[in-house]
Design a protein. Structure first.
Length: 466
């Protein structure tokens, strides 16, 4: 059997693309929001079943629907490779973010609507489009795939579920043959601009509770002397950012940048919708601010809503805060520093409690491994443009879990989305051209990796973000 040429793969992927879009539509129509209403949980189960059925068609013997510790179901399948060939893990997730207010969408959230080159719908980019990309790449290769494949598709990633992580820690022997893992849950810097993400910030999610009294007090009678828990919380939170917008947690370093590739301010403003009059925060360049420095945001507060307003001094207020942890800093250490800072900078001697709900370490990958170099080449070939290495301000806890379980495996992060994909928001979309290129690149990667000895080292190729 002769190996498929690049052009044969491109032609095959183009011929299969209508089927891939049809499958994407079938998956998007299933509102698989984990942890939601019963009908949403039923959609999660149906989505897992649909993916398992596709894997059977691709020759995976007995795909498993594995229930995990958080109640979600992970689709697991293994197809052995030829003797001596490497094994590749293909990862994605099938659960999606809630759609929010449907009135904010121009197109139905749980359907695929094509407008020009864009496919709109919840999950088209994050991450059902990635599921389809994996399946389509395998289908395009057919019997030409020499590599062993472990297909892993989890069902609670968007809600911060740790079911898959717990499963890997409990069953590391199921994954110890992995030479490389393609984590298809990252993002490209722009349309048609392929990237490999080589660093991720960690994350700490904490609940901060402030108590200044034992009862609600009339603001006219007691206001001025009685401490207000809402004001105390606001002062506390405001102190976690300085006048420049830098996050300030005592003892938490602003580490040096991991990357030198830039992020032009004009691109940042276009991607975020920030007007010319709006200020870009921080004292470092944008790439460093986003990829290599801590960033604290307030996710939610538990204080009276406007509809419940009364002239009163509140005794209790709470907030959920999200701290992005720079590479090189253990997340647990960052969590302890945050707690110490909050207690040290206590306004009005309030009773403060802080509970850490999520603690996930940063991640940094190497760029000199064989699999990285093969992927860089195939991405460049498929997109027709040099690949870049970038950081990401987001967090993927699975990367740390995999590194601990299979320390010799190369973990490679890439994606099909770009800033215009609007993931986690209304009118999420994916570019059809980017989906096609990602499928082609992955098929080339699976074709070419068996020709390179696993865990070998190739001098890295430098690329610039332009």
């Amino acid at each position: 059997m002769h190996p498929l040429t690049d052009q044969e793969l491109r032609d095959t992927v183009s011929a299969l693309l209508p089927d891939a879009v049809e499958l994407l539509g079938e998956l998007v129509r299933l509102p698989s929001v984990f942890g939601g209403a019963p009908e949403r949980l039923a959609a999660c189960a149906d989505t897992a079943e649909a993916i398992a059925a596709q894997l059977k068609l691709l020759g995976f013997p007995e795909p498993r629907l594995q229930e995990t510790s958080d109640g979600s179901v992970t689709v697991l399948a293994h197809r052995p490779g030829r003797p001596g060939a490497p094994t590749v893990m293909l990862y994605s997730h099938y659960d999606v973010q809630p759609e929010g207010d449907p009135a904010d969408w121009r197109y139905p959230p749980f359907d695929v609507t094509r407008v020009g080159e864009r496919l709109y719908g919840r999950g088209t980019a994050d991450c059902k489009g990635s599921v389809v990309a994996h399946l389509a790449a395998l289908r395009a290769l057919g019997g030409h795939c020499a590599a062993g494949v472990r297909f892993v598709c989890e069902g609670s990633e968007e809600q911060g579920g740790r079911g898959l992580d717990d499963y890997i820690r409990a069953h590391p022997e199921e994954f110890d043959d992995i030479d490389a893992a393609l984590i298809l849950d990252a993002s490209n810097p722009g349309p048609g601009r392929p990237a490999i993400v080589t660093s991720l910030r960690g994350v700490v999610v904490s609940r901060v509770s402030v108590r200044t009294g034992s009862q609600v007090l009339h603001s006219g009678t007691f206001g001025g002397a009685a401490p207000d828990a809402v004001m105390a919380l606001m002062r506390l939170l405001a102190g976690l950012r300085d006048d420049n917008g830098d996050t300030v947690v005592d003892g938490l370093p602003n580490t040096p940048p991991v990357h030198t590739d830039g992020y032009p301010e004009s691109d940042f403003r276009a991607h975020t919708g920030l007007p010319e009059s709006g200020r870009v925060l921080g004292t470092a360049d944008i790439a460093t601010q986003l990829w290599a420095r801590p960033a604290l945001t307030v996710m939610a507060t538990d204080i009276p809503a406007l509809s419940q307003a009364v002239p009163a001094v509140q005794p209790v207020a709470r907030a959920l805060v999200n701290l992005r942890v720079p590479p090189g800093v253990p997340a647990q250490a960052a969590a302890e520093l945050l707690a110490a800072h909050v207690l040290r900078h206590n306004p009005w001697q309030a009773d403060i409690e802080i509970e850490h709900l999520v603690v996930s370490d940063p991640f940094v990958s190497t760029t000199d491994g064989a699999a990285h170099q093969v992927l860089a080449r195939t991405l460049s070939d498929a997109y027709g443009r040099a690949v870049v290495t970038v950081g990401s301000g987001g967090s993927i806890p699975l990367c740390g879990t995999l590194r601990a379980a299979v320390p010799e495996a190369e973990i490679l992060l890439l994606g099909i989305s770009e800033p215009g994909s609007n993931i986690h928001a209304a009118d999420e979309s994916v570019l059809l051209s980017d989906l096609r290129a990602a499928i082609t690149a992955e098929a080339m990667f699976l074709r070419d990796l068996p020709t390179v000895p696993p865990n070998s080292t190739i001098p890295p190729q430098r690329s610039q973000l332009t």
